[in-house]
Design a protein around this ligand. Structure first.
Ligand SMILES: *Cc1c(COP(=O)(O)O)cnc(C)c1O
Length: 358
């Protein structure tokens, strides 16, 4: 039996059907229906009252965030993330300026941001990669000093806290992805999170074509999401603490299984409660990473090169050198990691890695 790098959690079917019955009764499928409103309210409560807008996906959330903040020119960003972080900037007609990442967290190196600021810089867009927090305090201070906006791509950050506050509650806007592969999912989906009410109103308009009834206010796009997706979210949301706990146990087991090997892991900064979003391991060489990846694949075990390539090396947009990010990107491998993964499967994967570490 093959093991994928991730596996979407599906709630008990009868629970989902309960929500479907309500949808059938009301005949209300989309356009800010009651389940979307309920999910937004529950997410808002979980995020200390921040405004949460349920979006069609995490990529549109990033694009609408850039539009809502009216960003232009250069946006300082991380080269170590999923490709959508960079393409959202390019799609909105802005220029990504890559600043290298930290050796410890693989998040943008805040100490290198100021050197990259020019008169054309409008914002910083950084990713809490694997759910490890960016240096939010340092970034906030830089943004204030230079009058820049801050967007966090929080696609990996759901359920993590730093300095006692949800990691999704920092910056002018945090975007999130609720894609089927993420820790908390709505099959497809995402969110824009902000504490700025004016900005929230703008986002609300932008995500539904820029009009309310017959009044047309601004340009907009279709960034809404449906009752069916909200229903999946309402089933999954109360289970997030369980998911995190199961993942923590799996991560600890992996670490014990792999302890004899000279592998490297990102280092968690202080004052963080981790969400165990991913399980990345760094090999000492790219060749060894490939060797282990192929050996696992021969046993039906899929791993992913998250994140490769370093985004400053994309074929359609090349940025300045980022030696730390480039070095990690060629050696990193994300192992199968999801809450339903059985401990015996983890032991088997651990044994295969030990046997094939050559
Ligand atoms: C998954 C992901 C996205 C894109 O989210 P979608 O919901 O798939 O559009 C953006 N950024 C990061 C870091 C991601 O991991």
């Amino acid at each position: 039996m093959s093991i994928n790098v991730t596996k979407a959690y599906l709630p008990p079917l009868e629970e989902y059907i309960g929500y479907l019955e309500g949808i059938w009764e009301r005949g209300w499928l989309t356009n800010n229906g009651p389940l979307v409103q309920q999910l937004e309210a529950e997410l808002s409560t979980a995020l200390s009252g921040a405004n949460v807008q349920f979006m069609s996906n995490g990529t549109i959330a990033l694009q609408v965030a850039i539009k809502a903040l009216a960003l232009t020119g250069e946006i300082i960003t991380t080269p170590f993330s999923y490709v959508a972080t960079t393409t959202a900037i390019l799609w909105e007609g802005c220029e990504p300026v890559f600043v290298d990442v930290e050796e410890q967290t693989f998040c943008i190196d805040a100490t290198k941001i100021e050197a990259a600021i020019t008169p054309r810089t409008s914002a910083i867009l950084a990713t809490h990669v694997y759910g490890y927090p960016c240096d939010v305090r340092a970034i906030e201070a830089i943004a204030r000093r230079h009058k820049l906006k801050v967007i966090y791509d929080g696609a990996h950050a759901f359920g993590a806290t730093v300095h006692g506050r949800s990691l999704l509650a920092y910056g002018d806007i945090t975007t999130c992805s609720f894609h089927a592969t993420k820790l908390f999912h709505t099959s497809e989906g995402g969110a824009i999170i902000t504490t700025d009410e004016k900005l929230a109103q703008k986002v609300s308009l932008y995500k539904s074509f820029g009009h309310i009834g017959d009044e047309y206010y601004s340009l907009g796009v279709n960034g809404k999401n449906s009752e069916f997706h909200a229903a999946m979210g309402l089933c999954n949301l109360p289970r997030v603490p369980e998911f995190i706990d199961a993942r923590r146990q799996i991560a600890e087991l992996y670490r014990a299984e792999l302890a004899p090997l000279p592998l490297r892991y990102p280092v968690m900064p202080a004052a963080t409660e981790y969400n165990y979003a991913y399980f990345p391991v760094i090999f000492d060489t790219e060749a060894r990473m490939h060797h282990v990846k192929q050996a696992l694949a021969a046993h039906g075990i899929n791993t992913r090169r998250y994140f490769f390539p370093s985004l400053n090396k994309l074929p359609y947009h090349t940025g300045a050198d980022c030696p730390v990010s480039e070095d990690i990107a060629v050696r990193v491998l994300c192992l199968p990691f999801y809450q339903q993964l059985e401990h015996d499967q983890v032991r088997r994967i651990g044994a295969l890695i030990r046997e094939n570490y050559a």
